[in-house]
Write a protein that binds this ligand. Structure first.
Ligand code: IPD
Length: 305
């Protein structure tokens, strides 16, 4: 089923309804542009490392989304990936703020690997209100609104721990987890942009720790937002990463929370959207176990760059 923007199983309109609908329409429009550009020639530049890429389509899509939103909501603020790369400050104030990743999975996009998304999050008084993520090639529209559920193309999303049978299964797994065991979990992660030997050593050692804890598998798909959507859909049980940004996390966090999942800091404390690190899981037990297993990779903070 293709997303239309009308097929969201939406409850009655809330205070940010107009903003939410605008985000949905813009994500669909941006998705069309990205889908078309995927197989065309691209001009590719690097940012913080040789693996941190940007194309003219990232800029085109970000400019389109921001200019349309600014015209409709002139008092709102924006945090966006390519603006930040050009030196704009990432500061989350109490004002309504849009947090935008025009193409998540730019490296995939450059290689024509069809796992790419547009991500639009929205926060008010520093609280995430809604998130819209559009998987451009599979035409899957993921949405989450605070207190109003998470959906993919109109179908309600639930993390793997949510159904009665699975929560029983995970309750058992929870006991196993207490014994330092990630048995039966499918875990997702992303490599992050730093590739110096010390960072790679920590990245590989973290993966090794989770495999020693008997995770069924560890997957790297090249798009943190879509990996987080897989967790929200119950197709994976956990996600962790060092080196992602607030625009990778904002929309996905609402979707996961509304699907019944947990999103925390790698320290085991509450999520800090600006801290460039995260653990998300279908249960708190699993999130805490992963947090305890991880060694920190320092990427600094988005609001201090
Ligand atoms: C990146 C991707 C990548 C992850 C990075 C993200 P971008 O986003 O999600 O998989 O490892 O941390 O920043 O640059 O493609 O928008």
């Amino acid at each position: 089923m293709k997303p239309s923007g009308e097929d969201q199983a939406a409850p009655a309109a809330g205070p940010w309804e107009e903003c939410f609908q605008a985000a949905v329409q813009l994500a669909l429009r941006a998705g069309q542009i990205i889908r078309k550009a995927l197989t065309e020639e691209k001009r590719v530049s690097t940012k913080t490392s040789a693996a941190d890429l940007v194309t003219e389509t990232d800029h085109l899509v970000e400019d389109l989304i921001i200019s349309e939103l600014r015209e409709r909501f002139p008092s709102h603020r924006f945090i966006a990936e390519e603006a930040a790369a050009s030196g704009a400050k990432c500061v989350l104030t109490h004002s309504p703020t849009w947090i935008i990743d025009p193409i998540d999975g730019t490296c995939n996009f450059v290689h024509r690997f069809p796992t790419v998304a547009v991500s639009i999050g929205f926060a008010v008084r520093q609280e995430l209100e809604f998130g819209v993520i559009y998987h451009c090639t599979e035409e899957r529209l993921y949405t989450g609104r605070r207190g109003r559920g998470a959906f993919c193309n109109g179908q309600r999303l639930r993390v793997s721990g949510e159904t009665e049978m699975e929560s029983h299964h995970l309750a058992q797994a929870g006991l196993e987890l207490m014994a330092s065991d990630l048995s039966k979990a499918l875990v997702l992660t992303e490599i992050g942009p730093k590739r110096d030997p010390a960072t790679l050593k920590l990245f590989l050692s973290n993966m090794e720790r989770l495999l020693h804890a008997k995770a069924h598998g560890v997957r790297v798909i090249g798009s943190s937002t879509l990996a987080l959507c897989h967790l929200a859909s119950g197709a994976a049980d956990a996600y962790y990463q060092f080196g992602l940004h607030c625009w990778d996390l904002a929309a996905a966090t609402v979707i996961i929370r509304e699907a019944g999942g947990i999103v925390i800091d790698t320290s085991g404390g509450p999520l800090d959207l600006m801290a460039c690190r995260v653990v998300a899981a279908s249960t708190r037990e699993m999130a805490m176990l992963i947090a305890q297993a991880l060694q920190t990779i320092n990427y600094g903070r988005d609001d201090e760059k």
